[in-house]
Design a protein around this ligand. Structure first.
Ligand code: AHG
Ligand code: MN
Ligand code: MN
Length: 322
């Protein structure tokens, strides 16, 4: 097992990016502590506010967002940040080399049930010719990410991260307070017999997704000729962690439940960073129309359809759209 910084130096990650990653991890360690103490410090339940996306904010969403934002902006390493919980991007050091997009707390509906939650982050290079307060700086495709990862606040606090040379697992060792690399170059198995989707939306999906999932449910009596298991943690960090660990297909398909919101997951804060991790582990991360990371963003809060995981199973699913 290797400590984080030496592991990153071995992967030739530039020193200023290592410093930013360490800053991010300092924030997540604090969030991990606050999460564990939330019930004791009166931080359970919702606020009276909604975020820009019209979602009710949990108290911990706000605490995690403030912590992450403040630590990043004070560090001097970032030119601006953009968060799921902020109306627009927030300017930092005009000379900062990086910009960071993040979902400070993913899986908020799991807070009350003491189940899996996490923090997702995505790092791009800042554009030198743009003002720090210009949100257009964040309109960069997922292909341009220099680092992406998540920290999962589970039985173990785990960091899963890529800087473009494989996806690696780290565990927070509380005996010395640092993250240790426990698995290098994680590989998503190409084939799987497990899928993850919120089945309660089934009647709102497009026909291809309905047909695909129906065939999975038919198991060895249907055209797929094998049985499938289903899991849904309702936190993308938890579901993607399972896919990275043992394979699977994860999807949040387009639906017609709310005509103003055909897609649920956010490109910048969820889909792009998870796509980078999945692809670096040999999996696929798609919409029904193409690679997620090829999308040129038009809005920092835009949402996107997600079909990702074991490559052969993603192909099988996309075959229904042809
Ligand atoms: P967040 O808690 O940041 O709003 O994200 C929740 C997301 C994602 O993590 C998860 O996969 C999905 O929403 C769950 O959606 P349903 O509640 O519709 O199952
Ligand atoms: Mn989320
Ligand atoms: Mn969130």
């Amino acid at each position: 097992m290797q400590r984080l910084a030496p592991a990153l130096r071995e992967d030739n990650v530039p020193l200023d990016l290592i410093s930013l990653i360490k800053t991010i991890l300092a924030a997540t360690k604090e969030i991990s502590f606050r999460v564990s103490q939330a019930h004791l410090s009166g931080l359970m339940g919702s606020t009276l506010d909604e975020n820009i996306q019209g979602e009710v904010q949990k108290q911990l969403d706000v605490v995690a967002n403030e912590l992450f934002k403040d630590i990043l902006l004070e560090s001097g390493f970032v030119k601006a940040i953009s968060s799921e919980e902020e109306d627009t991007s927030v300017a930092g050091n005009p000379n900062g080399k990086f910009i960071v997009s993040f979902d400070p707390l993913d899986g908020s509906s799991n807070i009350e049930i003491n189940s899996l939650i996490g923090t997702i982050f995505s790092i791009h290079n800042a554009q030198e010719d743009m003002d720090a307060d210009d949100p257009d700086m964040f309109k960069q495709s997922g292909n341009k990410q220099v680092c992406a990862g998540y920290v999962l606040y589970g039985p173990a606090t785990m960091l899963v991260m890529t800087t473009g040379s494989g996806t690696h697992f780290y565990v927070l060792d509380r005996t010395h307070g640092g993250f240790l690399r426990v698995e290098r170059n994680v590989q998503v198995p190409k084939d799987t017999q497990e899928f993850a989707v919120n089945m309660s939306n089934q009647r709102f999906w497009q026909a291809p997704m309905q047909n695909y999932i129906n065939d999975l449910l038919l198991g060895d009596t249907g055209p797929r000729g094998k049985n499938f298991n289903m899991r849904w943690i309702a936190a993308m960090v938890g579901d993607i962690h399972r896919v990275l660990t043992r394979g699977g297909l994860f999807t949040y398909p387009a639906d017609t439940k709310d005509p103003n919101k055909p897609n649920k997951l956010r490109l910048m804060y969820e889909a792009n960073p998870m796509s980078f991790l999945i692809e670096q582990a040999g999996g696929k991360a798609m919409t029904s129309e193409g690679r997620i990371m090829d999308i040129e963003p038009t809005d920092i809060h835009q949402r996107v359809e997600c079909i990702m995981g074991s490559s052969n199973e993603v192909d099988a699913c996309l075959g229904y759209y042809k």
